[in-house]
Design a protein around this ligand. Structure first.
Ligand code: NAG
Ligand code: NAG
Ligand code: NAG
Ligand code: NAG
Ligand code: NAG
Ligand code: NAG
Ligand code: NAG
Length: 575
């Protein structure tokens, strides 16, 4: 990129020089001009190749043989606000139905029922529930309160009304979709529900073509869709998207007892400090084994993770675990997360709430993170066993507590691309773009690998550069891109004031930019396209290493987003 810019720069200079020289000074001066033009270029081309910019001082580090990688205790001194997104105030969630969206009682067919069985952990089930309401709406059917997955990897025997406030759910959506607790009796018998599965990301037309004919058969007026997760297309008409947001962000509330306990935990974090970071660590043995990652723990680690990995018969043994990390497919280690946060400006005094199951390597793995951030909490350390007794043997209720504390946090840090990370990232955008930091694992990996050769200043500057576009700022992701639940752009509206502001300066105003983005995205059905990061070392060096502010929204969407979710991973380890 920098290389390109530099070339342009010379090109303009050159163009400027030609008429100037040829008309006034002639050949001789042209000779001198060219000479002076060429003179600095050897230096510059060195720059664009292997030798890092001077401010990095890497060469001298090596020469002295001393590591200058000393992590400071304090955070950034710059005036930058670490706790809010710049420009967030110009956007707000908007999910009201339009005038032409008809009331449920006007469109619901009598005796047409939709049942669904969700799948996966709490948050995967949440996407299923959200999408089920919309599916019922598409089919003009009455929805039966969804059945939760009690047999997933997470094994939780709770039913819907033990996790979510079911009466609120039904009443909040009453204008949109008719929802009832159970299939009504038909005479003495209940309906016989026909069970089927719809394809992933089924569109409105797909429901009409595949499900509706089954429903219309005389004998079968109730249909059960099984394994219901990600069964609805990312793209739908706006009113259906807004309905999705009403379900996810307003109709789905946890039960009072979960809400109360969650608020208690939030209150305890706030009592300790004004702000806190919530970190979804997801550094669990199963997760690591499944992803086929290797963190340098030698034979012991290979043996342990390999053993877990063999539990999934269909998984091949990983031939090159380094590659998985290099491609950003693995969570950062707790230490790496800590270093990233310090580099982003969060000092030792910052309080961190860690949402996590069992951490691979336990305390030993956590120690470096705790050293960087000694104010380190989890629900187990801020609540008593007794307080958690109604939760601790139910994975979904425990996950719900973490969900609340992470949702309420000032800054949420995800360390994976799982369901909880995605759902919370989308939710936080909707409710005012509260910062959500997603590590740019692909870029950061190489940085962590080479950190011994760097000064802290060089390291932290690069972290900030790489994290631009990964901080949860407005417009970081193109509208329509990625999983809907992560990027609910149809439900985020821009306040009029922003337009006035953006008249200033030569930068593209937001309207224009959005239109460009839309044109770029085009009508490509699959918007999960991922921009290519430069992969070779050489290209890497071309990145300009000036200190960039990761909260700077002029970023051109380079952050991008999740790839197509690893479906198997979703099903087995979804959280
Ligand atoms: C959306 O609907 C709610 C409830 O009907 C109403 O209070 C609110 O003002 C509406 N918001 C907008 C932007 O129309
Ligand atoms: C649902 O009802 C609306 C309004 O009556 C109608 O236009 C639409 O075709 C119906 N769709 C299905 C799948 O029955
Ligand atoms: C959910 O579980 C609770 C407690 O076990 C039970 O009282 C309730 O009837 C169940 N609800 C449904 C719809 O099965
Ligand atoms: C746990 O649940 C039971 C039954 O709902 C209730 O009586 C008890 O007070 C709860 N315990 C705590 C610590 O909230
Ligand atoms: C960092 O140093 C190691 C040896 O100390 C060397 O192998 C590696 O190539 C160096 N990396 C960079 C980017 O200079
Ligand atoms: C943004 O730019 C477009 C095209 O240049 C223009 O039509 C529009 O009025 C601008 N909007 C604002 C708010 O400045
Ligand atoms: C944001 O970044 C752009 C491009 O890197 C830069 O020109 C601009 O000055 C930055 N703005 C702020 C407020 O830092």
């Amino acid at each position: 990129m920098a290389f390109q810019r530099r070339r342009n720069h010379y090109y303009h200079r050159f163009r400027f020089l030609i008429p100037f020289i040829s008309s006034i000074f002639g050949g001789l001066l042209l000779f001198f001009a060219l000479l002076s033009f060429l003179a600095p270029s050897p230096n510059v081309s060195d720059h664009t190749h292997r030798i890092p910019p001077v401010q990095f001082n890497a060469a001298s580090d090596k020469a002295i043989g001393v590591s200058h990688f000393r992590v400071p205790r304090n955070g950034a001194r710059s005036g930058r606000d670490l706790w809010t997104s710049r420009n967030a105030k110009f956007y707000s969630g908007c999910s009201n139905a339009s005038n032409k969206f008809r009331k449920a009682n006007a469109i619901t067919h009598p005796n047409r029922y939709l049942l669904i069985a969700t799948s996966g952990g709490l948050n995967q089930q949440r996407t299923g529930i959200t999408d089920a309401v919309v599916a019922a709406r598409i089919l003009n059917a009455t929805l039966i309160v969804p059945k939760l997955d009690q047999k997933s990897f997470w094994k939780d025997s709770s039913n819907f009304s033990e996790i979510f406030n079911v009466n609120w759910f039904i009443s909040f959506l009453s204008k949109d979709v008719n929802i009832i607790h159970q299939l009504p009796k038909r005479g003495r018998k209940t309906w016989n529900a026909h069970s089927m599965r719809v394809p992933r990301k089924c569109s409105e037309r797909c429901y009409q073509n595949r499900v509706l004919p089954v429903l219309l058969k005389r004998m079968c007026q109730a249909i059960q869709l099984s394994k219901f997760d990600y069964r609805l297309a990312n793209k739908l008409e706006t009113d259906l998207q807004k309905l999705r947001c009403r379900v996810n962000y307003h109709a789905l509330k946890f039960t009072d007892s979960i809400e109360k306990m969650g608020e208690k935990l939030v209150h305890r974090m706030r009592a300790r400090s004004k702000h806190y970071i919530a970190l979804h660590l997801r550094f669990e043995p199963d997760m690591l084994a499944f992803s086929g990652c290797y963190y340098g723990g030698g034979e012991k680690e290979r043996r342990e993770l390999g053993k877990i990995r063999r539990r999934w018969k269909t998984l091949h043994q990983v031939s090159n675990p380094e590659k998985e990390r290099r491609h950003g497919k693995c969570p950062l280690t707790p230490e790496e997360v800590g270093l990233m946060l310090r580099a982003l400006g969060y000092g030792q005094d910052v309080h961190i709430y860690v949402a996590s199951g069992e951490v691979y390597g336990g305390e030993e793995t956590l120690a470096p993170l705790k050293a960087l951030f000694p104010n380190f909490y989890s629900k187990e350390t801020i609540a008593s066993k007794q307080e958690l007794e109604n939760f601790s043997s139910y994975s979904s209720r425990m996950a719900a507590l973490d969900f609340i504390v992470c949702d309420e946090s000032d800054v949420f840090v995800t360390n994976n691309n799982g369901n909880m990370a995605r759902i919370l990232a989308g939710r936080r955008r909707y409710f005012g773009h509260k910062p959500t930091i997603r590590p740019n694992a692909k870029k950061l990996y190489r940085l962590f690998t080479n950190r011994a050769n760097m000064t802290w200043g060089a390291f932290s500057s690069r972290v900030r550069t790489y994290q631009r576009g990964f901080m949860g700022e407005p417009n970081e992701m193109r509208p329509g891109r990625g999983e809907f639940h992560e990027n609910p752009s149809p439900c985020i509206c821009e306040e009029a004031r922003f337009h006035v502001k953006s008249d200033l300066g030569p930068r593209k105003n937001d309207t224009t930019r959005r239109r460009d983005e839309a044109a770029m995205v085009g009508d490509d059905q699959n918007n999960d396209y991922e921009p290519e990061w430069p992969d070779s070392e050489e290209e890497e060096e071309q990145v300009e290493f000036q200190d960039k502010d990761p909260f700077n929204t002029s970023v051109e969407y380079e952050g991008g987003n999740s790839e197509e979710p690893n479906l198997e991973l979703e099903e087995i380890l979804s959280d």
